[in-house]
Design a protein around this ligand. Structure first.
Ligand SMILES: Cc1ncc(COP(=O)(O)O)c(C=O)c1O
Length: 402
């Protein structure tokens, strides 16, 4: 494999400060490369001004920088620049679709279809909308393998379905869902599709034209960018139907005391002073991603998690949740007789950062009949050595606990 994880890792200052850190929590947030940190620092140091309203040079330049990130999104995800509205991240993006598209269209007796492996961010907003309108939140079950039950999906999808919302890569199980197949079947019945790409954007080649989804959302902080910023993709067909649900300055055409008219998507959704530096930082993260070959970097993450799955199996006394045929660099496991929080604390003593808990997928864990798991999640800066350190420390833990 030609992917050089060590030279990639060298671009992340945190590993210079903490050379022994084994960071296996990239599903929660990725580390940031020096190029992104520099762009953020330069923006606040030398380029800071509010956008869209100033005629002076700094403001015009800040506006250009802010707007040109849409081009970078378009290039990264194979779409058009004006298909992307900025938002604070995946959670806000989903809420914008729920409030701005779904609620005005949803009626009593309608259904919204989601999978049982959704993050709370892609569950609660739909659930609240259904509750408000007397609609039903319908759940596609997940098999013990960690894969969507396709037969159940086909049974649940119907003319009553007003939206299919699904995660691309499960943040708990690592499953890669067959988005294209599900989207095609939904579209055959005229059902729009929202894709939660929080764990896939930046990890694998994400081609929105090819997937044909109607909405897609992700957070920059999981793809080497800053927190508090992300993007909402909306396909051409839905732009007029996605209404503003956040109101204020910057997003309007005309305002009188009697009424307001809004700019078209995307600007109509971006009321208020946005996270300008965040957008610029997200642009730097997209530039960084453009230097990678995502097929190769994905293969690297996949190889690491495959190695981990095999070594955990070989160790014994460890249960891995799910064994999907298509998976990304995320694995959830349980060490026999040891609470996941104790596992994470023990690993932390050895400078290994993993996450323990329900990973914001409580209903999924309930179906798996566990209150919590330990989760290791990989990124481009992880190496085989990281896997070896994790496995060796788990071995120590098992001996210590016996
Ligand atoms: C699959 C998935 N969806 C949504 C989210 C929510 O992302 P954010 O908190 O950045 O809005 C996460 C975060 O972990 C996630 O993994």
């Amino acid at each position: 494999m030609s992917f050089d994880a060590l030279s990639v890792k060298a671009q992340f200052p945190i590993f210079h400060r903490y050379p022994d850190l084994v960071y296996l929590d990239s599903a929660a947030t990725s580390q940031k490369p020096a190029s992104v940190i520099k762009v953020l620092s330069d923006f606040y140091s030398f380029e800071n001004a509010n956008i869209h309203r100033g005629v002076y040079d700094l403001s015009a330049k800040a506006t250009d920088k802010y707007e040109e990130v849409r081009e970078k999104l378009a290039a990264a995800f194979n779409a058009n620049a004006n298909d992307f509205a900025y938002c604070s991240g995946t959670t806000e993006g989903i809420n914008l679709v729920v409030n701005g598209y779904l609620l005005p269209h949803l009626e009593k007796g309608d259904e919204v279809l989601i999978t049982a492996m959704e993050h709370h961010a892609n569950l609660i907003p739909w659930q609240q909308a259904c509750e408000k309108k007397g609609a039903k939140l319908s759940i596609i079950p997940v098999k013990p393998s960690g894969e969507i039950d396709m037969e159940a999906f086909e049974n649940k999808l119907s003319k009553k379905t007003k939206m299919l919302a699904m995660v691309h890569i499960s943040n708990t199980l690592g499953t890669i869902n067959p988005v294209k197949i599900l989207t095609q079947k939904a579209h055959d019945l005229g059902v729009p599709v929202l894709l939660d790409a929080a764990q896939s954007a930046g990890h694998l080649p994400l081609d929105l034209q090819d997937l044909q989804v109607d909405f897609a959302v992700f957070s920059a902080h999981k793809l080497f960018g800053p927190t508090g910023i992300g993007a909402l993709y909306c396909s051409e067909n839905f732009k007029d139907q996605l209404k503003a649900s956040k109101f204020g300055g910057g997003s309007i055409k005309e305002v009188s005391f009697e009424k307001t008219s809004w700019m078209a998507f995307p600007h109509g959704l971006e009321a208020g002073t946005p996270h300008i530096a965040g957008v610029v930082g997200m642009g730097a993260a997209l530039d960084f991603i453009a230097t990678l070959d995502l097929e190769e970097s994905f293969a690297h993450e996949h190889a690491l998690v495959t190695q981990l799955r095999q070594e955990l199996d070989a160790l014994g006394g460890i249960k891995i949740f799910g064994n999907p045929s298509e998976y990304a660099g995320i694995v959830s496991f349980e060490v026999d007789g040891v609470h996941p929080h104790d596992v994470a604390s023990f690993l932390s003593e050895a400078d290994i950062a993993v996450r323990a808990g329900h990973h914001c997928t409580q209903p999924l864990l309930e179906r798996m009949q566990v209150p919590a798991t330990t989760r290791a999640s990989f990124s481009i800066y992880n190496t085989e050595k990281d896997v070896e350190r994790l496995v060796a420390t788990l071995k120590d833990l098992k001996e210590f606990w016996e």
